[in-house]
Ligand binder design. Sequence first.
Ligand code: ZN
Length: 230
Amino acid sequence: MKHVIIYRNNEINFSVKANHLAKRIILRISNDGEVNVTIPSKRFEREAIQLVQKKGAWILAHLNKINRETESKPKVVDEIQFLGNKYPVEVLGGSKRAKLKFKTNKFELYLGNHTYDDVRVELKKWYTTRAREVIPNLIENFGYSDRVKRIAIKGQKTCWGSCSTKNNLNFNWKLMMAPFEVVNYVVAHELTHLDHMDHSAQFWSAVQEKCPDYLRHRGWLKHHGRLLKF
Ligand SMILES: [Zn+2]
């Protein structure tokens, strides 16, 4: 029989099963969070419900723990994209703080008992740090270092880069998941705005000078940009 009780504003769903081999009332929570009560016979149904009520705090604590464990499993981070390559992630324990390290051909993720959100924060930090290394290098390659006042790395929802009239450039850390040539194109695009504050024909031909294949990279962003997430 399925039952539900309310314990301190929380619903507890559970099922009660009669098993004549059971000598007493047994309360169990399965690994996937199902609460089951076994009773010796149907006559004990009421006691079963009373037991769940009595053990409410313990049941909720246990269910929360299961939820946390499920959440902390690195669902999406069994693979990390970096500059268009995908690297496997090895999950390791033994750290109080969620920590991410890049080792030549793989990532090491020290998870401890952290939730997926902690991992996400860590990954975002990692991408932001990479962007602060990669993007200034590209700007230097294009010979624009002296003209750029400030570079900010942000997590804009819809924009890959922007350029202000004060020569401040913003780039999205999510770009670090895209192929290198695509990042290079976005940088070329924003730098060209230092010369042309519009998307005129002159603007695009100046982009093409810096980045001959820009149409392909622009197309890539249009089609794959929304997949740059985790
Ligand atoms: Zn633009």
